[in-house]
Design a protein around this ligand. Sequence first.
Ligand code: BG6
Length: 488
Amino acid sequence: MALNDFDLVLFGGSGDLSMRKLLPAMYARHVANDLPPGARIICVGRHEWTREEFLANVDKDSKPHIKSKIDERWDSFAERILYVSLNATDVKTYGPLVDTMRKDDTLTRVFYLATPAHLFAKICDNLKEAGLVTPNSRVVLEKPLGRDLASAKQINAEVGKVFAESQIYRIDHYLGKETVQNLLALRFGNILFEPLWRREWISDVQITIAEKIGVGNRLGYYDNSGALRDMLQNHLLQLLCIVAMEPPTSIAPDAVRDAKLQVLRSLKKFTPTTLAQNIVRGQYRAGHVDGQPVPSYRDEPDAPQHSHTETFVALKAEIDTWRWAGVPFYLRTGKRMADRLAEIVVRFKPIPHSIFNQPTSSFQPNSLVIRLQPDEGLSLNLMAKTPGDSMRLKQAELELDFNEQFKTPRMEAYERLLLDVLRGQLTLFMRGDELEAAWEWVEPILDHWEQADSAPVPYTSGTWGPASSSALIGRDGLQWREEALPED
Ligand code: BG6
């Protein structure tokens, strides 16, 4: 679908997200000829830079993050970029932005708030007061969207005073990843899995997002957040929703979002007892990642020596519905882990009886592995006969590698999501009630940690997290996928 001309206003325009993700994403779409002639990117920041000074920063801070070739098309891209200096919290300084924006009400206006969440309400108020909000305006909210249920509700309420729900785009960049959308295709574009996609046939589901990187230069943000708020409340729960939701009636935004909301509302609430049993919270210590020594979290620059911030969390969730009752969903994420990967493993139940001269216990249950990164693909693990004159069965993989299968160039998550915002397509964005439902479920965990004033358990960098994470799943007689991989 061709885009209308637009003004994309990036608050936090000189910040990390703009430089690392948003401007590179827009350049990629420029190079792909997706941007109409009248598309402009207005970067907003506090620094009193001229446009040339700002572009010099873009050269320095953004260009290194561009994956494609930077050629003469950069110049025509740079022509689209403008810079406006203002104090986002002071409406009296919004004049230059008002003057810069085109007055034509039929143009699409997108206000992308790549700023701390506590500024969202004020910026929205100021946009309204400055007369910048037209019926064709949209606002994009970057995570973290609050730090608990109360702050999320407040953001929803305040932003909702200025923008209608249909104008609000809450970003979870995991929803922009190709494989997440492919999961929708797998579930609802095929007849094969849906009949099996329930408690009668599925034994458990594991969702892992593991990173090798540490906290990097984001300690100020991260130490106040931690893995639960940074990754689990949003990315992992969104993946869980897509795996577990009932078939929506269509791909229309509210059909999909209603289905996801139902999952979030059906998550079994934790009690003090189940909290203690079903959640592991860890923090990395010094170790080796890719053979290189890395420091302990508490020795990262500016880290508080006694920080209780978790860099790892693993938990067992359950969904109280007819489809899923009794099926454990193990969610896990961590920094400084042994590998970088994001994957969903759906394990089916074991066969009921062996007709072969092999005990049933030697049959690996079937599993479907949906890989989001580093590569994108699906593998279905099946038992197959090994060649030879005896009837011996062994696990084999049916592999679908999306890069091999589809040679078309991939789109980064932010490219896809920015295009969707510009097209007015809300399906891959969270609705306000989803956000609140996710916080509502997570909040008892946060409260418990705070009240108990308990410390996370240490784990060595370059491992798969604390031993208690293996014990969590081991209690149910199961293993994390990397622990269960056959050796050879
Ligand atoms: C972000 C988190 O939302 O996702 C980061 O704030 C994390 O801490 C990042 O590193 C991971 O995203 P991806 O796409 O690299 O897996």
